[in-house]
Design a protein around this ligand. Structure first.
Ligand SMILES: [Zn+2]
Length: 209
């Protein structure tokens, strides 16, 4: 079986979305990429989370051709692939219809940085994409969803703002791996570094015995 470790990571990322209450029904998917092999591992379409095993995940190339797997990949695969092609800093992608983020997406409002937790993860507002045109929706909808995201990031780094709201739809998020660990780069500002790295001072000092 190809990429056993990445399969485990992607499965875990999918299950974590459910455990955190971010997925309603089966509306969610996570994937990961092996840059070395140029292969993507993604959730299969329509398999109940509680029955999902590493071997159910689907391995594709960056064109979406299935390299290993008997099941159909998540229908959002083309969106994930556009993101992987757009930035080599992206190692994992997740999409949900989580209630709060989807409310903002459907209101077509970007999320301003009003709070410190937001600043821990995002170097600025979480942007909202333009609405998609009728043509973009009518054909290759999922691929065009990727393109509308990339357009929203013409002046924003994927590493410094690791999520987007797709207008009228919901959030996509990404990171250096499927667990969506921050990709670094411009995130290294004061607020971010206080919780991460050797000079972090957030939390309790280590106990000395
Ligand atoms: Zn969706």
């Amino acid at each position: 079986m190809l990429l056993p470790r990445l399969r485990e990571e992607v499965l875990e990322a999918n299950l974590e979305l459910v455990r955190r209450g971010l997925v309603l029904y089966t509306f969610g998917n996570a994937s990961g990429i092996s840059r070395e092999d140029s292969l993507v591992v993604i959730k299969p379409s329509g398999v109940p989370y509680e029955q999902m095993k590493p071997e159910h995940l689907v391995v594709t190339d960056l064109d979406g051709k299935i390299v290993e797997g008997d099941l159909r990949p998540s229908s959002d695969l083309p969106t994930h692939l556009v993101l992987y092609r757009a930035s080599s800093e992206i190692g994992g992608v997740a999409h949900t219809h989580s209630e709060y983020a989807t409310s903002w997406a459907q209101a077509r409002r970007s999320i301003p940085c009003f709070g410190t937790t937001h600043a821990d993860y995002f170097h600025g507002p979480v942007p909202v994409t333009d609405s998609m045109s009728e043509n973009e929706i009518a054909s290759e909808y999922e691929k065009n969803t990727g393109h509308v995201i990339v357009r929203a990031f013409e002046k924003i780094g994927f590493a410094s703002v690791p999520a987007v709201l797709v207008a009228n739809h919901g959030p996509f998020a990404w990171g250096a791996d499927p667990a969506a660990k921050p990709a670094g780069g411009k995130l290294h500002d004061k607020h971010y570094l206080r919780k991460h790295g050797s000079n972090a001072y957030y939390g309790q000092a280590k106990e000395t015995k």
